[in-house]
Design a binder for this molecule. Sequence first.
Ligand code: S3P
Length: 440
Amino acid sequence: MKHRKKGEKPLNKTVMPLKSGLQGNITIPGDKSISHRAVLFASLAEGETKITGFLRGEDCLSTISCMKKLGVNITENDDEIIVNGKGLHGFTEPNEILNVGNSGTTIRLLSGVLSGQPFSSVLVGDDSIAKRPMGRVTGPLKMMDAKIDGRNVAEFTPLHIRGGQLKGIHYLSPVASAQVKSAILLAGLYAKGETKITEPHKSRDHTERMLESFGVRVEATTDSAAIHGGQALTATDIHVPGDISSAAFMLVAGAVVPGSEITLRNVGMNPTRTGIIDVLQAMGADLTIHNERYLGGEPSTDLTIRYSSLTGITISGELIPRLIDEIPAIAVLASQAEGTTIIRDAEELKVKETNRIDTVVHQLAQIGVSIEATEDGMVIHGKSDIHGGTVQSFHDHRIGMSMVLCGLISTDAVIVKDTEAIAVSYPSFFEDLQRLSGDK
Ligand code: S3P
C-alpha cells in the first residue's frame, strides 16, 4: 500500500466513458522487475554499470535509495542511471533503517544480499509490506545460516538481518516465486558450495538471465536454478525493455474499447512473462506481434491490438506465474468476453500489494460485473455492462489501473479513489492513456 506523503492530497480520478476508440502508439516504460535487478546487481558488481530504459517508478526508486544507504554511489540522469559497483564485499553497514516503501521485490531480493554481509541491517516498508509474508524468504535464508529476526519469527517486517558466511542448500520451494528464487540465488553468491532452488512451476527468470550478463554462471532448468558461491559480478551496461505488466493494461484497453487500434512499442517478451499474450490470443483478441528484437539478454517486440469480440476461457496451472500481476487487468478483459472465464490456482493473489482476489472481485462487482471469488481465484461471467460508481484502488497500483479501464467502457463516470498509487509501477499511465484517446 502506497501512502500519501504528509500534506499530499488524495488523487481521486473521474474517468468518463470514451466516445470513440483508442488510436495511435506509445512506448511502454521500463520493466519494474528488470530495473530493480539492474540497480541491485550493478551495485554488487565490480566497475561502472550504465542502465538505460530504467523505470523511474516509486518501487525502483526505493531500491536505489536502499543501495545508496549501503554505500553505493548512484548517479540518476534523465536518460541513464550510473552505478559504481562495490563488488560482493564492498557494502558498508547502514546507519539508518532501509525503507523499501511498497516494494516486495526490494525487500525480498535485498534480504538475500544482506544475508551475506558481515553486518547488521534493518528493513521496513509501508503498511502493505507489513502484511506480506516474509517467511518464504527468511525461512530458507535461515537454513543457509543467516541470522534474521522479525515479527512472528521473521514472518513479518521489520526484519533485522545479521549476515555472514552462508552454506549452500537445495531448497524445494512450495511457491513459484521469482522473489524467493532470486533471494536464495543472491545469498548463494555468498555461500559455500552450490545453492539450488526448485519450484513447482518456473517463475520469471530475469535474475538468471541478468546474472549471466554480469558474468555469473547460473545453471537453470525448466523448474530449477543453481549457483556456485564466490563468483564475482563484472560491470556491464544494461538496457531495460518495456514492462509487459504495464503494457497489459493498454492491451486490455485496446481489446475492450470499441473502435480501438493501438500500437505499443518496446514490450518485453520474456517467455516467463507472456501469459497475457497467450490469454489474449486464446480469447480471440486481434493482436499482431511485430519487430521482434533481442537486447541485453531479454527479448522485446511491438504489439498492435484492435478491438474485437472475445470469448471466456479457463486460466490455471503453469500459466498463472506467467501472468500473476496481470490478473486484475485480465478480470476486466474477461468481463467483456462472451461466456465464463475461470481463474484457478492463483492463491498467490492473496499476498500481493492487496489481497487481489478480494479487491478485484469486490470493486468490479460494485460497478456491475458479474464476478465471484473462489478459494484460489475467481469466476467472471461475461459480457457484463459496467455502470458508473465510485471504486477504491486500496492504494494498490494495479487495482487502480484496472478500475480506470472500467471507466473507459462504463455507461457513466467511474470515480477511482487514491490513484497516486499508480506511480509505483507506471508513472506515465494517465499521460499515455490521454495520448491514445486523442486528448493530447
Ligand atoms: C516479481 C515477482 C513476482 C511479481 C512481482 C515482481 C519480481 O512476485 O508478482 O510483481 O520482480 O521478482 P512473486 O515472486 O511473489 O511471485
